[in-house]
Design a protein around this ligand. Structure first.
Ligand code: ATP
Length: 217
């Protein structure tokens, strides 16, 4: 008998991908014994400003950042779909690919989680997947009321409890290496010519410099 696959989706702008994203993805995979973590760059994010670099370039940087890392995938489905990126559609497409038995997780950082009640059809997310919220340094604001209501009775406190069902629960995780790296700060540094060494994988940094990305023109 084979175990149902355990799959996570980590969506984001990845503008650009940094070690906070990548280390979180690796630790998430270990912590929840996931088969795959799909890192899915958004084509056109709905709840934030237009990214400074086109989707294909953000995807190329993500591919370079992941390299040969076991279990991590740069997933182009939102970029290929074009148009607005709704996480529920992306989860539905993963659900179709892996089947009804698969354990599907939507992972997001605490900052993104705080805005969840503003998303389109947040309840639908819970029909398709579990939510796993990753603690992030400097992002510990209390939950808005709408969110408290949305997650009522869904929270569990271990991965064993989470995976008793294929979807519908919420787990908050403090991964071992919490990193205070943000893409905003990486872009700010690049714009003023400060060092981003050790905030990004070297290959990602090299491509950014080669192509003069994120500079102010
Ligand atoms: P920006 O600063 O441009 O808002 P970001 O660094 O938050 O970007 P996103 O692409 O928006 O990066 O993040 C994608 C997902 O990864 C989100 O769920 C976010 O919360 C999470 N994330 C980003 N950085 C970290 C980090 N350092 N640790 C844990 N999770 C992170």
């Amino acid at each position: 008998m084979c175990m149902p696959q355990r799959i996570a989706m980590l969506g984001g702008t990845f503008d650009p991908v940094h070690l906070g994203h990548l280390r979180s993805a690796v630790e998430l995979r270990e912590c929840l014994s996931l088969d795959w973590v799909h890192m899915v760059p958004a084509c056109m994010p709905l709840l934030r400003d237009e990214p400074s670099v086109p989707p294909e370039e953000r995807l190329a940087l993500l591919r370079l950042g992941i390299g040969q890392t076991p279990g991590l995938l740069a997933d182009a489905r939102e970029i290929e779909r074009s148009g607005p990126s709704y996480s529920a559609d992306t989860l539905a497409s993963l659900r179709e690919e892996y089947g009804a038995e698969a354990q599907l997780v939507m992972a997001l950082g605490h900052d993104a989680f705080l805005r969840l009640a503003d998303w389109r059809t947040p309840e639908r997310l819970f029909e398709l997947a579990h939510l796993v919220v990753i603690d992030r340094p400097d992002h510990d604001a209390p939950l808005p009321d709408a969110l408290v209501e949305l997650i009522a009775r869904r929270e569990v406190h271990s991965s064993a409890a989470l995976f008793q069902y294929p979807a519908g629960q919420l787990l908050r995780l403090a991964l071992p290496t919490r990193m205070a790296i943000s893409a905003t700060e990486v872009r700010r540094r690049l714009a003023i010519g400060s060092s981003v060494r050790y905030l990004l994988p070297e290959a990602v940094e090299a491509r950014i410099h080669e192509r003069a990305l994120y500079r102010h023109h």
